[in-house]
Design a protein around this ligand. Structure first.
Ligand SMILES: *Cc1c(COP(=O)(O)O)cnc(C)c1O
Ligand code: SF4
Length: 334
């Protein structure tokens, strides 16, 4: 029997999986056999920034382990509501660097585009968890203001699609944007900052790969994985297809207490990413955003971990340890 072809009216499979994400902390804890942890779940924290995690990512968590490094990244806890001096809503000075609706200009040659506010997963430590996405996405008005801003500044040779997660947009929407960007003669490179190939690898479907392969610039995809356990066979397959479509794959991670703050965890992350065809790029010191204080690793400890990593791994497997400081000309090495 020949299976019926998907009808053009049917949404792509990844959008279906996106909608089926776990959004109730009690359900997540039930799936993992951790009902006792419910007492530490912050209802108010979840109301401020709701839980969202695709079921395929939940499947990579260890059942029965309250300290699981993937669980810790997504579970809303009471601790997030404790006010901490120095932890603010706009930790990296995005508001001051806004060049047009949805365009952030901080560094020479590069324009970062807030393509959308949506993400398939909600990371508790996210530096844009308080970002005013409703007013600030470049997709508004068919990208016009954002594209005009980039077209009007010949010093910009690289556009970075960011968000939120830019690949949460429908592929047709992405194609609309890149068609407009392709008319700007001074662009030389395109970069995509996305966590989707890791948290929902089904997003890397034929339509996305066709779009990618047809782009007129070299493309770099900067992924975001913080722990080796975030990789599995479907992620490997998605990354192999991205590479086959011509993308250069890099990874940025955030140094997070209780997730990857050991030499073993960081070395395993670099090695696992490389096995999947991904080079480590940045290891970020946490941005001091409200609600994320319990993830912070002190600078002295961060330096010590980084030195130990450099003493252990091939040079190209050691990410640059950096922090974002508002006003700096680039990420600041620690
Ligand atoms: C991090 C960042 C970039 C990219 O910096 P690279 O060091 O080139 O990776 C560009 N624009 C903004 C606003 C950023 O925050
Ligand atoms: S995927 Fe990135 S932008 Fe989205 S919640 Fe996580 S850290 Fe924030």
């Amino acid at each position: 029997m020949i299976p019926a072809a998907p009808s053009p009216l049917q949404p792509p499979r990844w959008q279906q999986l996106w909608r089926e994400a776990v959004r109730d902390p009690r359900e997540l804890l039930r799936l993992l056999g951790l009902p006792d942890l419910a007492a530490r779940v912050g209802a108010e924290a979840a109301a401020q920034f709701p839980l969202r995690v695709p079921r395929g990512f939940v499947a990579r968590m260890r059942p029965g382990d309250p300290a699981d490094p993937l669980l810790r990244q997504v579970l809303p806890l009471d601790e997030e509501l404790r006010p901490m001096p120095g932890f603010v809503a706009d930790a990296v000075g995005d508001a001051a660097a806004r060049a047009a609706p949805g365009v952030i200009r901080k560094y020479r040659g590069r324009a970062l585009l807030i393509a959308t506010g949506s993400c398939a997963v909600h990371c508790r430590y996210c530096f844009r968890r308080h970002f005013p996405y409703a007013e600030e996405t470049a997709a508004a008005d068919h990208w016009r203001a954002a594209v005009d801003c980039i077209a009007g500044d010949a010093s910009i040779d690289e556009v970075i699609l960011s968000g939120g997660d830019p690949w949460s947009l429908a592929t047709s929407k992405l194609a609309e944007l890149t068609a407009a960007l392709a008319r700007i003669p001074h662009l030389r490179r395109l970069r995509v900052h996305t966590r989707l190939p890791v948290v929902l690898p089904e997003r890397v479907d034929d339509a996305l790969l066709d779009w990618l392969a047809a782009l007129p610039w070299p493309v770099t995809v900067v992924l975001h994985a913080n722990h080796a356990n975030e990789f599995d066979a479907p992620v490997d397959a998605a990354l192999a297809r991205l590479r086959a479509a011509g993308a250069v794959l890099l990874n940025q991670a955030v140094l997070l207490r209780g997730v990857n703050d050991s030499v073993e965890a960081l070395a395993a992350l670099s090695e696992r990413a490389f096995a999947a065809g991904v080079l480590p790029y940045y290891l970020h010191q946490l941005d001091r955003v409200q609600g994320a204080a319990h993830f912070e690793v002190p600078d002295a400890r961060a330096r010590e971990l980084h030195a130990a990593l450099a003493a252990r791994l091939s040079g190209y497997l050691v990410p640059k340890l950096v922090r974002e400081v508002p006003g700096d000309p680039g990420k600041r090495p620690l």
